[in-house]
Write a protein that binds this ligand. Structure first.
Ligand SMILES: [Zn+2]
Length: 108
């Protein structure tokens, strides 16, 4: 039933995990999240709030930010469950004119 195009296997420079905080036990419920949008030169941004993680209900985010085009990014219940355990999730956004952005959501 999904109409989203995921492109997890598309070629993209994988420069993602540099912003992982050093230190211990990332905790989305206590500290919130970090979102990293890959291949993002146009200002896409969005926030996954602590309340969203706590609710754990599938949510569609608009990651447009300051860009002139938009993508959607969906976090499923399973992904929220993963975030609740402090583990990063990664998935592709929807496609806009032939490009997608893979998005990493990490716990602070
Ligand atoms: Zn884009």
């Amino acid at each position: 039933m999904t109409v989203l195009a995921y492109a997890l296997l598309s070629c993209s420079s994988d420069d993602s995990i540099k912003q992982l905080p050093s230190g211990s036990n990332p905790n989305c419920l206590a500290n919130g999240t970090i979102t990293i949008i890959n291949n993002n030169t146009v200002g896409h941004s969005f926030t996954v709030s602590i309340a969203d993680v706590n609710a754990g209900v599938r949510k569609v985010y608009d990651i447009t930010g300051s860009a002139s085009h938009s993508h959607l990014f969906v976090i499923s219940e399973d992904m929220f469950t993963t975030l609740k355990t402090g583990v990063e999730v990664r998935q592709g956004s929807t496609t806009f004119e032939g490009h997608v952005h893979s998005v990493n959501v990490l716990c602070k």
